[in-house]
Design a protein around this ligand. Sequence first.
Ligand code: FCB
Length: 459
Amino acid sequence: MKKIDTNLLSIPLPDLARSDFSKDFLWGCSTSSYQIEGATDVDGRVESIWDRFSAQPGHISDGSTGKIACDHYHRWPEDLDLGRALGLNAYRFSIAWPRIFSASGGRANQKGLDFYSRLVDGMLERGLEPWATLYHWDLPQSLQDQGGWNQRETVAQFVEFAHVMSHHLGDRVKNWITHNEPWCTAMHGNLDGVHAPGIKNLKIALQVCHHVLLSHGLAIPAIKANVPDAKVGIALSLHPLQAASEQQADVDAMVRHDGLRNRWFLDPLHGRGYPQDVWQLCGSDVPVVGVGDLDVIATPTDFLGVNYYFPEVIANAPAAMPLQTQVIVMPNRERTAFGWEVAPESLATLLQRIAHDYQHAPIYLTENGSTYEDKVEGDGSINDLERRNYFIRHLAVLRDVIAQGVLVKGYFAWSLMDNFEWAEGYRRRFGMVYVDFKTQKRTVKSSGHWYASFLQEQK
Ligand code: FCB
């Protein structure tokens, strides 16, 4: 262990080298369409739920929208150049359904298809293996107007979208993620309402969740029919949990909380149906599940995408319906500027649990990252040593977990560049590349320079 060269944190940093990982390990960054693309009203793109939601006062903490964002729609060659300069060999992006969707029910929007075709070609030219996410939260508003994911019809629409995209890009894109973080789609979008479409209703949230999972299962064969050698998976946001105390009530609360946070997704995807403990607690709010739906949801995948950010501490809270649980913010724990606990060792707990309880196909860390208050120095540099250290510490844990036998085959840092961080707007920067949103100037931060030098060590 060597001490880090900064007084920001007196935390010892582990030694880490790219050669600690296998030669075919994937090293990427993740992004998503609404967070970076901007250009929301060009080339036939239709309105998305995030355009509508962010334009309404009070939803985004700095009053911003994704209308311009990183202007990636126009600046993508420069952005992919940055990815290549960092030394990435993979790049995870998402496809904006509103660029493809035809509100009139006609053919897919050719200009949208052309954009992603150019983007994918750009990745391949730069040695970046494309990892496409089909749904990273930007639902066409016209589908939401008909009920959105609460309506079973949206499932069929999504499967058609999966078919169109895999048909169009499948000669070049072999890695497909159906959904990003269904928990957020369902719960932030429809239970606490902090994300688009801003609904607060448990019954709707659970039905949305079911339809999202069903659409995942139905999209798998649709993609594989077009791309026989495709690898298809889903990216889940998963949280290792701790009980707030050793008291049985808190331990039981943690189990209940886990039921909706983690098992509600992992169980049905692995053929176990919805967790019955939580199902009972949800009473009449449980979703309508059609005959055969659970079999569809359990369609085997080629990998599991895990987005890991932070663990949670859970206490019993009898008044909090339906789970009677509460997330506790423990004092004196290391946190990012978002307040998310920094706990690299919990990544090990999480991955070991998945391997032990679910024995899934290979895992890819499809997101992991942190936000801190970046300061631009007089010389223009951004010395984000905390973010750099965050990556190093998490990667060291990942290396050790792999050595213990958990099959993890790639790591995608969140994110390539600062972007529109949903309800937080532009206040929360997660990038390895700093974006000046007034000028659109990109500057590689210290964390990005570190990633590049780390990746250079062995190709
Ligand atoms: C994840 C999202 C991603 C980004 C990070 C910080 O939950 O998938 O879009 O907002 O959090």
